[in-house]
Design a protein around this ligand. Structure first.
Ligand SMILES: [Zn+2]
Length: 205
């Protein structure tokens, strides 16, 4: 059964949302594009892009034609999330004691790296803190010079952690990920590409 909702989000796009089943929402955005396309987003929902003026029926037909692709892509995504859940489960952080222990280990791992690279690179991070975050390994708040690292770095080989430290410190010099940023990485941690690939491999192993 389809439940279709219309809502205007901005002057160039209009969202049409339909629920194919209770577990999945399909969101259609009308854009200045030449063709229809779709992708599965992280929570398993389907996002469809359609040219402005496409009829609702054409959109529904497109979804219907791609039903198999949708279910396969969602299955693959679920499997991926499962292996990631196994990865994160290796570091229990539910209790206060567990988090305290992880903080001590993080300090022992991260502080020496931050101190030594900050000196080499001539940067001055303000506060370094740790969070049980899964969506990034490190984050640099360029305005305040604060840096946050994920506890899950404890599950990574040390040379990969080093890469994350250098990456965040480099943001104190260059905020974006442009050519100047890459030049800094090449200079201070030449194996950064290899380290990033290794981190992706470890999470999925
Ligand atoms: Zn970055």
């Amino acid at each position: 059964m389809f439940c279709i909702l219309f809502s205007a989000s901005s002057f160039i796009s209009l969202h049409l949302q339909s629920l194919i089943d209770t577990h999945m929402a399909i969101e259609v955005t009308y854009r200045r594009t030449g063709r229809m396309s779709m992708r599965i987003v992280k929570n398993g929902d389907v996002h469809v892009s359609a040219p402005l003026g496409t009829s609702r029926q054409t959109v529904m037909d497109f979804i219907e034609r791609n039903r198999n692709w949708i279910s396969q892509a969602r299955k693959r995504m679920e499997q991926q999330l499962d292996t990631r859940a196994d990865f994160y489960a290796q570091l229990p952080l539910a209790t206060k004691a567990e988090r305290e222990e992880a903080t001590l280990r993080m300090e022992a791992l991260i502080q020496p790296l931050v101190n030594s690279y900050a000196k080499t690179m001539g940067v001055h991070p303000r506060q370094v803190s740790y969070k049980a975050i899964r969506s990034y390994w490190g984050k640099c708040l360029v305005k305040t010079h604060d840096i946050i690292f994920s506890y899950y770095l404890l599950l990574m080989p040390e040379w990969c952690v080093e890469q994350v430290v250098v990456h965040e410190l480099a943001h104190l010099i260059v905020a974006n990920h442009g050519p100047r940023f890459h030049a800094l990485m090449d200079r201070y941690f030449p194996r950064w590409r290899e380290a990033r690939a290794e981190m992706r491999r470890v999470v999925r192993a």
